[in-house]
Design a protein. Structure first.
Length: 332
């Protein structure tokens, strides 16, 4: 087991991938399963770097992780949140590529090995893959791979899934970009800005990441204060991205504006779903209007976006959304 103190003494050749595992108050068994899923990949020990960042758990899992010896680098920090934990992992990572993993999730070896083959053969700056909630949901058909495109071009043509665990990327494109500390939904800001730094993006349908939602995880916590903070953080992200878009070259601006419009739609949807308050919704719409973010832009991004934009443009449409959205059990 390596720690921050002895890490600098064991440096060797650059690994192909640094896996940054973040955890907070997780059972050591789950963290071990996550690590084991990485060790099952077609990477030699020198080709991988496994960094576990413990964000101030009440009980450290270090004793249980000792069995991995020097295969794992363990860093414990006081509780600062997911953003700061990932930033700490970035600071330590030496790999050519970076991969974020939540400590209670796992990589699926067959699909992720396909991703590694793409990285070895094509050397994309960023590779986006699919995820699943169940190993039984694995695709039976052969995995595919897209043609390369720039991140800007990809964002202009597609809605992105922003989760930072859904791709691996070259360390070299990161520059000074980091996760904003102290917020929820930090991926929604980080991922589009990272994509805009790339000139060679590939995508695959390989379901390489097993995402497991626990009853008390960050994203499932139903505390009203946390729900409102999550909404407010999302609105702040939308505003910051919108300001950045105004300073960008035309193609990048168009790409980021599409993402801002999609996020704004998602934000309004979640305001209705989480608060079920027409008064609160009207206040948020008024605030978005003052910031130039509402009405939603008249663009045919997707069928859902087109219909949602039309519905939010009239009081009757908003009333209908207030009745229907709370009845929907699953997010879009």
């Amino acid at each position: 087991m390596q720690t921050l103190q002895n890490h600098s003494q064991t440096l060797s050749a650059q690994p192909l991938v640094s896996f940054i595992i973040t955890c907070y108050n997780l059972p050591a068994k789950l963290i071990g399963e996550c690590i084991d899923s990485i060790r099952e990949l077609s990477l030699k020990e020198g080709e991988r770097e496994i960094i576990v960042v413990d964000d101030g758990s009440e009980e450290s899992p270090i004793n249980e992780l000792m069995r991995y010896g020097d295969e794992v680098i363990y860093l414990r920090q006081r509780n600062k949140g997911l953003s700061e934990a990932r930033n700490a992992g970035i600071q330590m990572a030496r790999g050519e590529y970076l991969q974020f993993i939540d400590g209670d999730d796992r990589l699926l070896p067959a699909a992720y090995d396909f991703c590694l083959d793409i990285v070895r053969e094509k050397s994309p700056e960023m590779l986006l893959f699919d995820f699943t909630h169940s190993e039984r949901d694995m695709k039976k058909e052969p995995f595919d791979i897209s043609k390369p495109s720039s991140g800007s071009e990809y964002m202009r043509r597609n809605n992105i899934r922003a989760t930072a665990c859904g791709y691996m990327f070259k360390h070299s494109i990161l520059g000074d970009l980091r996760f904003t500390p102290g917020i929820f939904n930090e991926d929604e800001e980080f991922t589009p800005l990272l994509l805009l730094r790339t000139e060679n993006v590939r995508t695959t349908n390989a379901k390489a990441y097993l995402y497991q939602q626990r009853p008390h995880s960050i994203m499932t916590d139903k505390n009203i204060r946390k729900r409102l903070k999550r909404l407010n953080d999302t609105k702040d992200i939308i505003c910051r991205l919108n300001l950045q878009a105004d300073r960008m070259a035309p193609n990048d601006k168009s790409a980021l504006q599409r993402r801002v419009a999609q996020l704004t739609m998602d934000y309004l949807y979640n305001v209705i779903r989480e608060t079920r308050s027409r008064r609160y919704l009207d206040r948020q719409i008024k605030d978005l209007h003052q910031k130039g973010l509402f009405p939603l832009p008249d663009r045919r991004y997707t069928t859902k976006y087109t219909w949602f934009r039309r519905m939010t443009n009239s009081p009757k449409g908003l009333s209908l959304l207030m009745r229907v959205i709370p009845l929907i059990n699953k997010e879009r």
